[in-house]
Design a protein around this ligand. Structure first.
Ligand SMILES: [Zn+2]
Ligand SMILES: [Zn+2]
Length: 350
């Protein structure tokens, strides 16, 4: 089969590799119809990741069709349309057993330790089928649309940890695909006012149209802390979620949140980002609740598919580019340019 193989830092080649085969009767083979490019794929390409040993096929926002299935697999059959999430809990460590599988001590993931979706076919192993996020795609969704369930599942995890209450004013910093999903979904969690903060002008309109924000502050043009302060009548936001990779927004979040407010650091920083100095006295005096969130659990992925299927999150505006597998480097460049929203690769053409 043809696959995009990550060969090492800054190197990815599209070439023939052996077709995946079933290692046992508890696994299956998926024909990949769509694999979306995630910010973390781009970070692996440029900076590597300790969990990815090249040569490896990366890509974890996957949707496809079952073409071969082991005899012991009872949940799926040939012809089923499936979407996958990234994280595959080990199912055995202390965190998995405690019901915190996205904090798994091993943290297996598709496109990391296990070959991913930037290929014509992909094997889903027994552990992935047993503990990972592998779910049937609702009839209402296309393969492209179903890939959105992976990032959306991570957003649900972040929003649960942010503890939004009915009537809250929520600020989301960053209007990329995840930022817009967070803005839109914050309302379902009870927010009555959503304020987007976005650095580049290009994505300000996305915060309005996709995110449904009431107010969007362009942080290149106005001071976002001052802007939130004014928009909330000097009170501050009830909840602030950072959905970007800029350390200074962590600092801004502490300043723009109200007393007893809640902050979720949703977006990770690059692995080599230096530690930042936080004004921890603000956490102390304002009695803040500061949380982080990472990945999602299978329940979030399944719920995300349902939310997309019933239109709580309208999938269409999120997909801005599609590419063939041969054009994978162009797909990565498009995703990195931040000009559009999600970029999808079609391993079998469109
Ligand atoms: Zn992802
Ligand atoms: Zn585990």
């Amino acid at each position: 089969m043809k696959a995009a193989v990550f060969e090492g830092l800054e190197r990815m080649t599209v070439r023939q590799v052996p077709d995946p085969s079933l290692p046992d009767e508890a696994s299956l083979i998926l024909k990949v119809h769509a694999c979306a490019v995630c910010g973390s794929d781009i970070r692996i390409f440029h900076h590597g990741n300790p969990r990815v040993t090249p040569p490896q096929i990366i890509g974890h926002e996957v949707a496809g069709e079952v073409v071969e299935v082991g005899k012991e697999v009872t949940r799926f059959k040939v012809g089923d349309r499936l979407a996958t999430g990234a994280d595959v809990p080990c199912g055995e460590c202390e965190w998995c057993r405690e019901g915190l599988p996205n904090n798994c001590a091993i943290n297996y993931a598709i496109g990391y330790q296990f070959p991913g979706g930037l290929a014509e076919y992909m094997m889903l192993n027994a552990r992935t089928l047993r503990f990972g996020a592998v779910h049937p795609i609702p009839l209402a969704l296309s393969y492209d649309q179903a890939t959105l369930a992976e990032p959306l599942g991570c957003c649900i995890n972040g929003l649960e940890l942010a503890q939004i209450k009915l009537g809250d004013t929520v600020v989301v910093i960053g209007a990329g695909p995840a930022g817009c999903m967070l803005m839109r979904l914050a309302r379902s969690f009870g927010a009555i006012r959503v304020i987007g903060v976005q650095r580049s002008r290009a994505r300000v309109s996305a915060a309005y149209t996709l995110g449904g924000a009431d107010v969007v502050l362009c942080s290149e043009e106005v001071d976002p802390v001052q802007g939130v302060w004014e928009a909330t009548g000097g009170r501050g936001a009830d909840v602030v979620i950072t959905a970007n990779s800029s350390p200074e927004t962590h600092q801004q979040a502490l300043r723009m949140v109200r007393n007893r407010g809640r902050i979720n650091l949703f977006g990770g920083l690059p692995q080599d980002a230096p530690p930042i100095a936080l004004e921890s006295n603000l956490i102390h005096y304002k009695e803040l609740l500061l949380t982080g969130s990472h990945g999602s659990v299978p329940r979030h992925h399944r719920l995300a598919l349902d939310l997309l299927a019933c239109g709580v999150i309208e999938p269409d505006g999120y997909i801005s580019h599609t590419f063939a597998l041969d054009e994978v480097l162009a797909a990565f460049a498009a995703a990195e340019s931040h000009e559009g929203m999600k970029v999808i690769v079609h391993p079998h053409g469109s």
